[in-house]
Design a protein around this ligand. Sequence first.
Ligand code: ADP
Ligand SMILES: N[C@@H](CCOP(=O)(O)O)C(=O)O
Length: 332
Amino acid sequence: MDSFLIRTPCSSANIGPGFDVIGLALSLYLELRVTIDSSKTSSPLPLNCAITYEDQSKSTEEITRIPVETKVHIVNPIPLGRGLGSSGTAVVAGVMLGNAVGKLGLSKDRLLDYCLMIERHPDNVAASLFGGFVGTYLNELKPEDVARKEIPLSEVLPSPAGGIDTGFQPPEPPLGIGHYRKFNWAPEIKAIAIIPDFVVPTANARNVLPNEYSRADVVFNLQRAALLPAALGSSPPDPDMIFLAMQDKVHQPYRKTLIPGLAEILQSMTPATQPGLLGICLSGAGPTILALATDRFTEIADRIIARFASNNITCQWKLLEPAQEGTTVTQD
Ligand SMILES: Nc1ncnc2c1ncn2[C@@H]1O[C@H](COP(=O)(O)OP(=O)(O)O)[C@@H](O)[C@H]1O
Ligand SMILES: N[C@@H](CCOP(=O)(O)O)C(=O)O
């Protein structure tokens, strides 16, 4: 009997100006406890498809058998559709599961490409996969990859492009689509997640964004995004610099239509008016609010919860820390 645990942290993407670029893995974990009865591994794969994989020398081999007695017990404390990256976390954990059960031996760098076939932006999946505070980017696809019909170029694959009985073969992603770089994180900085009791599907929160931006708004965000890694990586933290570096004009102003009270919440608190606070932003696509702080966590959370309450919205809140390790697979 082989037994192992896959543990994937949730994420808070964007951190203000870093739309689709910056992500932070946080200490709330999706856990997959996997048990494989190796004595029953000889049955054919029950899917009408073959999985191909690359080994270190880039050769490919067909896998036609997987262990039939594979049990996966899932524990998921990450709230769905709240901007804490539940979908990205599930994608990362699923890809890690396939890699482990199929003994594919793919590196995390290559697994990021697979994650990007489903979650098209790299900020949340890279954070959940690699851990910590990350900056990410995508290579532009080659024309031949853009032309590949089986690669979902929509925002999120709307439904499985096939199914168990359709002969669907999972597409093999182009090599090296997504990349990341880890930034320092000042140890004094904690993350308060204020999680409203309603769902904003990420796809909806992307649909409200404009297709074009003014030069002034783009420059505004670039200036702050360039400052953000230094601001959050410097110890002791400088509240004024962090607050400024977390301002955004690319996604938050448009998402206020989906999140009652968002504009007031983001404007109502500053380091000058709220001791302990460093900065405040929408977590991912929302509706969760992420407040970064060094202390007075309950006071900060209570003020934001009171703002939501005036719009008849209840919330829960959690004090989280960066999850530096990212996804781990350990023997159980
Ligand atoms: N552990 C999970 N297992 C299966 N599906 C999940 C899981 N976590 C999230 N999802 C899917 O992802 C959706 C939420 O994704 P999304 O709208 O991107 O919000 P977010 O990623 O911010 O939580 C859920 O409605 C569900 O369909
Ligand atoms: N950059 C994306 C991040 C979405 O994150 P999620 O946690 O809401 O899935 C966006 O802002 O749309």
